[in-house]
Write a protein that binds this ligand. Structure first.
Ligand SMILES: Nc1ncnc2c1ncn2[C@@H]1O[C@H](COP(=O)(O)OP(=O)(O)OP(=O)(O)O)[C@@H](O)[C@H]1O
Ligand SMILES: [Mg+2]
Length: 374
């Protein structure tokens, strides 16, 4: 199936610049002084232990929660200072997949997906029907239009929420755990769908996920919220080679490191680890980044190994080469030559909001979305 956005106009993403953002609930500081830039048209992922405020961050970006301090700049306007009326206008350019789907329980899936179109546009019911059917097909829910949210599985509700988030062809899409509650095969299709849609629309994406495989393969940039701060945010390769303990532990799914069962390990646990001289396992190889179904890189994708080369970081052995058998069509074989005479870098500093390396690659045209056929 050739995918065409419903308006048949390419959506173009916008940059979102977050500066010094702090959010508290009463005496609880959720996070403070968060500074980062979501580059226009790129896919960014936000990770973090449960309860570190990832959902609160998304809700703050879309203006549903007010920060205590800081700014969110979109197209020259600080949206934390907009009136409700202006914010309502800005929200039209956002699509949000909420963590729980946030569907209206008494409305059919069709009406749920049609809701933003009826609320925010003057389209006829006939036009709305075309768009709703297209989006429902895209997420593999064709035929389930008449069902109520209570009559379908959690994974189906997620996909219905995704269809609704995309229905206005938004410039910015925020996905709160799109893959939770999905089986591994559907997660793979969903990730492919996200990559394909981004290639098609060039909208700006932010994905909150707990799925390490998703985090390691899908985004251009990764951030980690931890211990009431943004521990790091930057290009995928920077985070995947980081020696910053929490980042390294999280992205390599290790027990060794500062993150414990409760959010932080206590002093005794850390002292015990230090006493027995816990050796950190080697960094996992950097996997190839997911390419759109048509095999063409997204416009904002950086060539494999580029960030490592430019920063004198030797990627872990086997990086960018792990998909030999079963490589998706069009994935170029990649060998990254180590930089001559460059010692392995002991650690990359935590640089929240580090600017990404300039994008490269050709603009893709027309993706195939196998999801719809399943
Ligand atoms: N409306 C609210 N009022 C008061 N406290 C809130 C509110 N929303 C969230 N919180 C608190 O803010 C903190 C962060 O919550 P949030 O839902 O953002 O975590 P999260 O990182 O998304 O976790 P998870 O990975 O489990 O989804 C929690 O301690 C939560 O109880
Ligand atoms: Mg959450």
């Amino acid at each position: 199936m050739q995918y065409v956005t419903s308006s048949e106009v390419r959506t173009v993403g916008v940059e979102i610049r977050v500066e010094g953002l702090t959010k508290t609930f009463g005496r609880q500081v959720v996070w403070e002084d968060v500074t980062l830039t979501l580059p226009s048209g790129e896919i960014s992922a936000m990770l973090g232990p449960s309860g570190t405020g990832k959902s609160v961050f998304l809700k703050t970006l879309v203006g549903l929660l007010k920060p205590d301090r800081g700014s969110i700049w979109i197209e020259g306007r600080d949206i934390t200072r907009l009136s409700e009326r202006d914010l309502y206008e800005v929200r039209k350019s956002f699509g949000v997949l909420f963590q729980d789907g946030a569907l209206f329980g008494s409305m059919s899936l069709y009406d749920n997906v049609a809701f933003p179109l009826r609320e925010h546009t003057r389209r006829s019911e006939r036009e709305i029907a075309d768009i709703v059917h297209e989006k429902m097909e895209m997420v593999g829910l064709r035929g389930a239009e008449d069902k109520l949210p209570g009559q379908i599985s959690g994974g189906m509700r997620k996909r219905a929420g995704l269809a609704r988030a995309l229905v206005l062809d938004p410039q910015v899409v925020l996905f709160d755990e799109p893959d939770s509650g999905l089986d591994p095969v559907r997660t793979a299709y969903l990730n492919q769908l996200i990559g394909d849609l981004n290639a098609q629309t060039e909208a700006t994406y932010l994905i909150v996920t707990h799925d390490i495989n998703t985090a390691r393969t899908v985004p251009d940039n990764i951030g980690l919220l931890y211990h009431r701060h943004l521990a790091m945010f930057g290009p995928r390769e920077m985070l995947l080679t980081s020696q910053e303990p929490a980042v390294r532990q999280f992205l390599n799914a290790q027990r060794q490191g500062p993150i414990g069962m409760a959010e932080e390990k206590d002093a005794d646990e850390l002292a015990a680890e230090a006493a027995i001289g816990v050796e950190l396992p080697a960094l996992a190889p950097i996997p190839p980044q997911l390419v759109p179904s048509d095999g063409q890189p997204r416009r904002t994708m950086r060539p494999p190994g580029q960030w490592c080369r430019e920063h004198g970081v030797i990627p872990p052995p086997g990086s960018f080469q792990s998909l030999v058998a079963g490589t998706p069509p069009g994935t170029p074989p990649v060998t990254v030559a180590p930089v001559a005479g460059t010692p392995p870098v002991a650690g990359t500093p935590p640089v929240a909001g580090a600017p990404p390396v300039a994008g490269a690659g050709r603009r893709p045209r027309g993706g195939v979305l196998p999801w719809a056929r399943r």
